[in-house]
Write a protein that binds this ligand. Structure first.
Ligand SMILES: C[S@@+](CC[C@H](N)C(=O)[O-])C[C@H]1O[C@@H](n2cnc3c(N)ncnc32)[C@H](O)[C@@H]1O
Length: 242
């Protein structure tokens, strides 16, 4: 097990090295990344940090970090005083998360069948997980999240947008759904790109949406000749369970 952690902010050295490693075997899945490289997402996501005051305002205590990876957001939420549990379907991610934070509960579990009872949590945080599924599975995951969240509890969700520059690249599997994307670390995973309407329809079945925002930023892909500019486009949502 390679538990490699990139030092915060050292984008030049570490990210380039990471890209070189990925090029040796393109189109990785998350399980391959964890097994071969280790923890790659280490800073808590900005949106989760922004959501903390909202979680506190709504009296949230028990939080499930669904698809937690190696636990960057789980750790951050634990430090903020929440009772957190992280689950991910990758055993390697969970092993790394446990090594990094032995006091936090981490379990291997599938978001399509969350192994907890109804109303078990006050909030579910789910960042960049639902996009790795086909439409029926996405519906199932959202119904599972709603099932384990108490009435009045919160959903904090981030996912990818159809306005991302990777949209339409790779092999098309279904509407807005692609695999084999060159510009993503995890190009071997399914990527479903969401429109606002689709997210509102999917989540609106169970949640009143307090906040749905689109964020874009531009990045230069240093692995491409000519330093292509790429646009990263995400959706960030906070919903309150009806
Ligand atoms: C892009 S990473 C995000 C990890 C973490 N949420 C974060 O933001 O750092 C996607 C994660 O979702 C996990 N994942 C994908 N599908 C899943 C599923 N059906 N059940 C549980 N975890 C899943 C992968 O193993 C991977 O760790």
């Amino acid at each position: 097990m390679n538990v490699l952690e990139f030092p915060d902010g050292s984008i030049k050295g570490s990210k380039l090295k990471f890209i070189e490693e990925l090029e040796m075997s393109q189109y990785k899945k998350w399980q391959d990344i964890y097994k071969e490289i280790g923890a790659v997402q280490t800073n808590p996501s900005a949106f989760v940090q922004e959501a903390v005051p909202v979680l506190k305002k709504y009296g949230v205590k028990r939080v499930l970090d669904l698809g937690c990876g190696t636990g960057r957001n789980t750790r951050y939420l634990a430090k903020q005083g929440f009772q957190v549990m992280g689950v991910d379907k990758s055993p390697d991610a969970i092993e790394i998360a446990r090594i990094k934070s032995p006091s936090i509960k981490f379990e291997v579990a599938d978001a399509r069948e969350i192994p907890f009872p109804e109303n078990a949590f006050d909030a579910v945080v789910c960042t960049h997980v639902i996009e790795h599924h086909l439409e029926d599975e996405i519906k199932k995951i959202i119904s599972e999240i709603a099932r384990v969240t108490r009435k009045g509890g919160l959903l904090v969700l981030s996912t990818i947008s159809s306005r991302d520059s990777a949209f339409g690249t790779g092999k098309r599997l279904a509407e807005n759904t692609y695999i084999g994307l060159d510009s993503f670390w995890d190009g071997g995973e399914i990527h479903h790109f969401f429109t606002r309407t689709e997210l509102v329809n999917l989540l609106g079945r169970y949640y009143d949406l307090l906040d749905i925002r689109h964020s874009t930023y531009h990045n230069f892909d240093p692995s491409s000749e000519g330093y292509h500019k790429i646009k990263i486009a995400h959706w960030h949502v906070i919903g309150i369970k009806r």
